[in-house]
Write a protein that binds this ligand. Structure first.
Ligand code: DLZ
Length: 162
């Protein structure tokens, strides 16, 4: 797995644009909540560390990763946010649902990025096992929520130049 070689929390804080005055939406899937709530913690802590006001973080939950797309679309329509972080965790297990959900949410978030001028960040872990997900939600491979927070700040900053 590619992230086995890359710590998701590794970044240079001096390269991250300030989040002062920026409003961020965070959507968290309730499936595998032991994991997704850790992703949300990582994202929120990182946004605040980089200047986003706690009151400018708008947090909502959706039932599963498949619903992240719809929730993020509604958030964008509300015009209250400058960027949206989508957090979820899909574990393969023994069900074909894995492929359908991964394809659905990947396509959905891609489509939203093309539909709106604001960035939608893919913070969805897709792993074979619960242990692999835990390693990427504050474990030995870092926290994908941190990576998502850094990414949304970079993308919002990039948009100010283009
Ligand atoms: C149904 C389902 C399954 C089997 N597995 C997961 C999962 O690992 N992670 C996740 O976020 N959601 C899962 N879901 C729920 C779907 O995302 C969705 O909520 C339901 O299919 C209802 O649309």
């Amino acid at each position: 797995m590619a992230t086995a070689l890359h710590n998701l929390s590794d970044y240079d804080p001096s390269e991250i644009p300030s989040g002062k005055g920026i409003r961020i939406g965070i959507l968290v899937a309730e499936w595998n909540r032991e994991i997704t709530h850790k992703l949300a913690e990582g994202a929120i802590t990182t946004l605040i560390q980089h200047g986003v006001d706690e009151q400018d973080i708008i947090l909502h939950h959706v039932p599963g990763s498949f619903e992240l797309t719809k929730g993020a679309d509604w958030m964008a329509q509300s015009r209250k946010v400058d960027g949206v972080i989508c957090l979820g965790c899909v574990i393969r297990g023994e069900t074909p649902h894995f492929d359908y959900i991964c394809q659905g949410v990947t396509r959905g978030i891609t489509d939203l990025n093309l539909k709106y001028p604001l960035p939608f960040i893919f913070g969805v872990l897709t792993t074979e096992t619960f242990e692999q997900a835990a390693e990427r939600a504050g474990g030995k491979h870092g926290n994908k929520g941190i990576e998502a927070a850094v990414t949304v700040l970079k993308m919002i900053d990039l948009h100010t130049y283009l």
